[in-house]
Design a binder for this molecule. Structure first.
Ligand code: ATP
Ligand code: MG
Length: 634
């Protein structure tokens, strides 16, 4: 089983490429399934087919989704359709035959089907049956659970040896055809796959897309892919044909109607007209962000069938209007993005605008000769080009689930133990890592500061424009986050959880957020040699007090580094940065604290080392300090 590439490895590999087009090409190679992974999936499908055939004679197990649509990535789930229609027909004819019940179809007689009539069974009953077969009869299958309430009911499972997660649906033939459609688009033009992979990874890193099987407000990868395909249908000249045009190109053998929806399109990409469009993948990516950064998602319907945005349908039509209206290419009454809430839709717009802006910068277009992140590598850094990340600032995302068991997450906005976490952040920086950490001074405003990004006129000015303005966003000036007075309760003078303020992040942000900030100074290289010192300190020393502070050892490690470097405080700190924390992601789903570090002067390699260390160290230290799980020391 191949482990997915770590973010750092991916970034490193991408930085070696010659230009962004090469990065995009390389991205596909880095993420797509290897031959071995494909074989494994194939073997699993064969195993399922064998087992299910025993119980449901004539059934077919058919993969769909990312395993077969051409947009596969390491670890992507295995979507399977269990087609029971042939079994139902067999069962019906066997029951209707003379002597049925005792000497019908031999397969059916042995199977559990003798107890259940598939044609009249309810979907939850069939799902339970499928789940029972999976649990009892498929070796290596774990965590089987039926989800009958989903729009398309599924049985979820995971496979122990391969680590694969999968879904089995029993009634979703349309999925087979939309999978073929995606596959066709990926084969139609060689720019499609690199573009889809880049947008998928970007959206994942931004927390815009995920796989909300049981609902949730994020885009599914399917929805996101359709957005990319739609975009390619709207270029001039177009890169991909509309679905209506594909229908005209379909041969007789491609004519299919499923559940009343016309799914006719050529199954063979060789039948398509080549595109006259000559835009490069990297400029298409930049254009994707520009177009959707300025797109009215709620006021029109994205139609792949027509390759243009349509006016909203009249009230009373079955199409479920939402904050993002994206019509399925075949099931025209289905809004593929109906689950996407207002907050996600407006974040999508903002993130696209920030990315579009980044794509106009030199860091996007030109390879860094100083070993810094550039092009896609930087685009994919979580938060690096997030709206409001501000000039040269670095974000550490601390999932609250990582610090706190889900059952302890509190429901009210802003109440996720934020204050406690802020106090803990200050404690880790100041006491554990021996950094200077004082209550925050007023911060530089993030937007409207005049630091509008533009390419330097003179390339000799340097490849990274001063101010590193990637990610600046057209937000109204924010009130200084750190200008609040310390908490009167004095629980922690370094942590300044402010009052709840609405709309910290601009007018589109609908949820209240809370912010705290600190001015920090790093005097010693507390991120180097920790592992060795930890070992030395543990060796011979009395074992850690079970009741003592679990971070005591880490504190001693920092002290040892400080002593080693010479206990006297140097005249100037190695690094200075402003840190601010805010709550993001809402309280219902994936709430997290975003810690923003804004170094001054502009960040150099030393700051980047510190930042990478803190990114790994902080969540684990917080978890241990707050007593929520052991958290291995990085
Ligand atoms: P991954 O599994 O890596 O997230 P994927 O390409 O399999 O990516 P999914 O979002 O899992 O994409 O979608 C798989 C299939 O499930 C799609 O081909 C589609 O048939 C169906 N599907 C997913 N999301 C939706 C949706 N919002 N509406 C309708 N069908 C969907
Ligand atoms: Mg999938």
């Amino acid at each position: 089983r191949r482990e997915p590439l770590g973010a750092g490895q991916l970034e490193q590999a991408l930085c070696q490429a010659a230009d962004v087009d090469a990065q995009m090409e390389q991205l596909v190679g880095l993420l797509e399934l290897s031959e071995g992974e494909r074989r494994l999936r194939h073997l699993l499908v064969t195993l399922f087919q064998e087992v299910f055939s025993e119980f449901f004679p004539g059934c077919a197990v058919l993969p769909f989704g990312s395993s077969v649509n051409g947009f596969d990535a390491h670890g992507c789930d295995l979507d399977l359709l269990l087609d029971l229609e042939p079994t139902k027909s067999l069962q019906t004819s066997a029951r209707g035959a003379p002597g049925a019940g005792s000497s019908g179809d031999p397969g059916a007689e042995e199977s559990i089907l003798s107890d259940i009539d598939l044609a009249s069974a309810s979907p939850p009953e069939v799902l339970e049956l499928v789940a029972a077969v999976l649990r009892r009869c498929v070796p290596g299958v774990r965590r089987v659970r039926a989800v009958p309430t989903a729009r398309r009911p599924v049985v979820k499972f995971s496979h122990k040896q391969s680590g694969l997660a999968g879904d089995i649906s029993i009634d979703n033939r349309l999925a087979l055809h939309n999978t073929q459609f995606l596959r066709l688009c990926g084969e139609a033009d060689k720019r499609v796959r690199p573009l889809v992979y880049a947008v998928r990874l970007w959206a994942k890193q931004q927390g815009l897309a995920g796989n909300p099987a049981g609902g949730g407000p994020l885009l599914t990868n399917y929805a996101l892919t359709l957005l990319v395909l739609f975009f390619l249908q709207t270029r001039s000249p177009l890169v991909l044909p509309t679905v209506a045009r594909l229908r005209e190109l379909a041969g007789d053998e491609d004519r299919v109607v499923v559940a009343g929806w016309d799914c006719s399109f050529p199954r063979d990409a060789a039948l398509l007209e080549p595109s006259a469009n000559s835009e490069s993948p990297s400029s298409l990516l930049a254009e994707f962000f520009r177009v959707f950064g300025d797109f009215d998602f709620s006021g029109q319907v994205v139609s792949l069938r027509e390759g243009r945005a349509l006016p909203l349908p009249e009230a009373g039509e079955p199409f479920k209007l939402g904050s993002l209206n994206l019509q399925d290419p075949f099931e025209l009454s289905h809004n593929v993005a109906a689950n996407v809430n207002e907050k996600t839709a407006s974040r999508l717009g903002r993130c696209c605008r920030a990315a579009a802006k980044y794509c106009r910068s030199l860091q996007y277009c030109r390879k860094s000769t100083k070993g810094r992140g550039w092009g896609l590598a930087r685009l994919f850094q979580p938060g690096a080009v997030e709206p409001g990340a501000g000039a040269g600032s670095f974000l550490i995302s601390i999932p609250l689930a990582a610090t706190r068991p889900p059952e302890q997450l509190c429901e009210e906005p802003g109440g996720c133990g934020f204050k406690e976490i802020c106090a803990a952040i200050a404690f880790v920086l100041r006491d554990v890592l021996q950094c200077g950490c004082a209550p925050g001074k007023p911060q530089k405003q993030v937007g409207g500061s005049g630091a509008e990004q533009s390419l330097p006129e003179d390339p000799a000015l340097g490849e990274e424009p001063p101010g590193d303005a990637a990610g600046l966003e057209e937000e109204p000036p924010q009130p200084p986050v750190g200008s609040k007075r310390p908490q009167p309760d004095g629980t922690d003078s370094a942590a300044l959880p402010g009052a709840k303020r609405p709309r910290v992040n601009g007018p589109e942000e609908e949820e209240e957020e809370v912010a705290a900030s600190w001015s920090c100074a790093v005097w010693h290289r507390v991120w180097t040699g920790r592992r060795r010192l930890r070992r030395q300190l543990l060796h011979g020393a009395s074992p850690e007090e079970p009741d003592g502070d679990p971070l005591e050892l880490e504190q001693k490690v920092s002290e040892a580094i400080v002593q080693h470097e010479g206990a006297a405080q140097p005249p100037e700190p190695l690094l200075r940065f402003e840190a601010s924390a805010r709550l993001a992601g809402g309280t219902q789903r994936e709430p997290r604290v975003l810690l923003r570090l804004a170094p001054s002067p502009a960040p150099g390699p030393l700051f980047r080392d510190f930042f990478h260390f803190l990114q790994a160290f902080l969540p684990s230290a917080l978890r241990r300090h707050l007593g929520w799980g052991p958290g291995a020391a990085p």
